[in-house]
Design a protein around this ligand. Structure first.
Ligand code: VOV
Length: 247
């Protein structure tokens, strides 16, 4: 057996994608739509409070294309809290006018491919990455991925040393995007259909394409990467919720 990578695990993560049922939403009287929007903003207010107390974080983005209309990304210390938030949203009146489009369950993950040193859970830089406040970047890009296990190309049969070297090269490419793209890698083995969720944040949306394309030529992605559906979107600040839902 080859040596398994050790992971550091942080907050649990739910990416919840919804499509708005504009047809029925339009049928409501304007005052009722207002009440529903206020109820939803009340939920967001609770999430803001949790975030201010550093007990979690969240992000709202509208999604471009037909896969979904908006995404709520939620980070919390436990799976139970994710479940409660999801259920609370589902019981809200806005949910009656949305259709679930997609979801992804995972946990913020760092792996030990890079040297860590002393107890990582005491290192403030590592803690900030395991329990991050999601940035208010203008754009988000989310996709799930696997490492291939096929014939000669089986990531999980490679010696630790080889995997570490490849991850070093991966990290070097990533570092060139410092300040342009922030990545949050969430592990989902045992939780969802792929092995990782990749969530990228950037103010310049084109940097997603440049980064992902450049990584395609790097061995760990070129030989071993398998990818699911991509979602790309724009920041939905609370002030924009009104205009987004205005009909
Ligand atoms: C924005 C840039 C960026 C940077 C700096 C970066 C760096 C790093 C480092 C240093 C490490 C290893 C240690 C750790 O921190 O876990 C990782 C780890 C990982 N990455 Fe990464 N990655 C980036 C970006 C980045 C992207 C764009 C992708 C998608 C790949 C693509 O082809 O579309 C990705 C994937 C991953 C994955 C799936 C893992 C876990 C792999 C495993 O087998 O465990 N990643 N990554």
């Amino acid at each position: 057996m080859t040596e398994a990578a050790q992971t550091l695990d942080g907050w649990y993560s739910l990416h919840d994608f919804r499509t708005v049922d504009w047809t029925t939403w339009k049928m409501l009287p304007a005052e009722e739509r207002q009440e529903i929007i206020q109820e939803f903003l009340g939920l967001v207010e609770k999430w803001n409070k949790t975030q201010a107390e550093k007990q979690g974080s969240h992000a709202l983005y509208t999604i471009v294309g037909q896969k979904a209309d908006f995404m709520m990304m939620i980070l919390r210390p436990t799976m139970e809290e994710l479940n409660e938030i999801e259920t609370e949203f589902n019981k809200s009146r806005l949910a009656e006018y949305t259709i679930p489009a997609h979801s992804y369950v995972s946990v913020v993950e760092l792996s030990n491919y890079l040297p860590a040193g002393e107890d990582p859970y005491q290192n403030p830089q590592i803690l900030a990455r395991l329990y991050p406040e999601l940035p208010k970047a203008k754009h988000v890009c989310f996709y799930p991925m696997d490492k291939r296990r096929q014939g000669e190309d089986n990531w999980y049969m490679l010696p630790m040393e080889d995997r570490r070297n490849m991850m070093r090269s991966h990290g070097m490419i990533g570092r060139q995007y410092a300040g342009k793209v922030k990545q949050i890698i969430t592990g989902s083995v045992g939780f969802d259909d792929y092995e990782w969720g990749v969530t990228l944040f950037a103010d310049d949306v084109l940097q997603f394409k440049k980064l992902v394309y450049e990584m395609r030529f790097d061995e760990v992605s070129a030989r071993y990467g398998e990818f699911g559906s991509f979602f790309v979107g724009n920041l939905l600040v609370e002030d924009r919720v009104q205009s987004f839902l205005h009909v």
